[in-house]
Design a protein around this ligand. Structure first.
Ligand code: LRH
Ligand code: MN
Length: 426
């Protein structure tokens, strides 16, 4: 579905005056308290988040999946849908592919299509948690950690193939998430499983182009429910250190046991220069893959505070990979992704309002109340005019969800694609 520039301007027209007055009022009061507003807006506009190629259709669980109609039936249609989200928000300038769910048929045409939509190829994801048709050996009992060297070799070869695919598209990072683990005590020898995993990852790492990064994603449980080989950030960090300086830990917000202090994990990984990137989502119980900021927005703000501090004080940590990893069981996938992008922008904007120097002095003075006042003062600021202004200056719309509905995008997609198309992915 193609959207003309004029359509976007018309969509903004009715709300422009209202936005200008809110923005001018906020910018004035922030400038008075020393915030460099234009610089902040540039940071928001430059903050591009990769959309997961596996989250453009309706998600589901073992209890059911409810199709949404108009779902993308090809990688080309997925790039078009991401292009549409990027057109409205101007913050979704990249896609993260999952292989083999989204292997390009024609590399040149897919690269051209993505370039037309100003979409870059971010990290590519391997998949050794499902058996593919005509696969020689099964991943039922694990992949890179499997007791069988034939299975490990097959999984290593798959990861090397994923690197080749990503390399042809201009991607510069491989994300490895393993379902490997056990569902019953005694099923696995933990030390053997971890040692196999380390050696397998080293073999993959050594095959990566020298300008690539390896992201090692951890998760405490599911689909295994007693142990997971790469269960937590410490294990991921250990494996990354075992691989080399271009291996890092990837933090999926949903991959933590309840009440885990994720912002502290982020802070420690940045201090060690080993934070590679994020899979943004939200959750109440497990790996729920819900809309970013929909359950714990303050926790997301606290994570961005550590990111802002780290980006200012940890030159040892590389540029980070920003990706969403969500699943849409009851909402329009594109609306859900737009809301997630909005929540990420708001959390980043609020964190950028924190006076880091004042906070450091209050921390050094153990003035706990003042520390909270500085943090919560920023959090309680309505930053939506800043986020809107950043979008407007980048050529996007003031209200993406309102625009999405006024343009009747879903209705148009169903007319174009029918109501039965099913997108590959989770
Ligand atoms: C595992 C995970 C991983 C992906 C998958 C789609 O839960 O977060 O990042 O490979 O979801
Ligand atoms: Mn993930």
């Amino acid at each position: 579905m193609n959207i003309q520039k004029q359509q976007l301007e018309d969509l903004n027209k009715h709300d422009l005056q209202n936005h200008k007055s809110h923005f001018d009022f906020l910018a004035q009061s922030l400038s008075k308290s020393g915030t460099e507003v234009d610089g902040l807006i540039t940071k928001l506009a430059d903050f591009q988040v990769a959309i997961p190629s596996w989250a453009l259709g309706a998600g589901g669980t073992r209890f059911g999946r409810f199709s949404y109609g108009g779902e993308p039936a090809s990688l080309e249609q997925k790039i078009e849908d991401i292009g549409l989200i990027h057109r409205l928000t101007q913050t979704a300038g990249a896609v993260s592919l999952h292989i083999p769910w989204d292997v390009p048929n024609d590399y040149n045409s897919i690269k051209e299509l993505a370039a037309n939509h100003k979409i870059k190829f971010d990290a590519v994801n391997s998949n050794t948690f499902q058996d593919q048709k005509n696969q020689k050996v099964s991943y039922k009992y694990g992949s890179l950690s499997n007791t069988s060297s034939a299975v490990r070799e097959q999984a290593i070869a798959h990861n090397k193939e994923v690197i080749e695919i990503g390399d042809k598209l201009g991607s510069k990072a491989l994300t490895v998430w393993l379902a490997d683990g056990s569902s019953f005590p005694g099923q696995n020898n933990f030390q053997t499983a971890l040692t196999h995993t380390q050696n397998s990852l080293i073999s993959i790492y050594e095959d990566m182009p020298t300008d690539w990064k390896l992201y090692i994603e951890y998760k405490p449980y599911e689909p295994n429910f007693y142990s997971t080989v790469i269960q937590d950030w410490g294990t991921s960090l250990m494996l990354a250190n075992g691989c080399g300086e271009r291996a890092y830990t990837l933090v999926d917000l949903g991959h933590h046991l309840p009440n885990t202090n994720i912002e502290q994990i982020v802070s420690v990984l940045m201090l060690k220069g080993k934070l590679g990137g994020f899979h943004f989502n939200d959750s109440k119980y497990g790996d729920d893959d819900l809309t970013v900021g929909s359950i714990k927005p303050y926790a997301l703000f606290l994570i961005f505070n550590e990111l802002v501090y780290g980006m200012q004080n940890n030159p040892q940590n590389p540029e980070l990979g920003w990706m969403i990893d969500a699943s849409h069981n009851v909402k329009d996938p594109l609306e859900d992704l737009i809301q997630s992008l909005e929540a990420i922008q708001e959390a980043y904007a609020k964190a950028l309002l924190i006076d880091q120097d004042a906070l450091r002095s209050a921390q050094e003075a153990n003035d706990v109340t003042l520390c909270q006042e500085i943090m919560q003062g920023a959090y309680r600021t309505d930053v939506r005019p800043l986020v809107r202004e950043a979008r407007l200056r980048s050529g996007g719309v003031l209200n993406p969800i309102e625009a999405y509905r006024k343009l009747e995008v879903r209705k148009n997609l169903i007319n174009e694609r029918g109501s039965k198309t099913v997108a590959t992915g989770l």
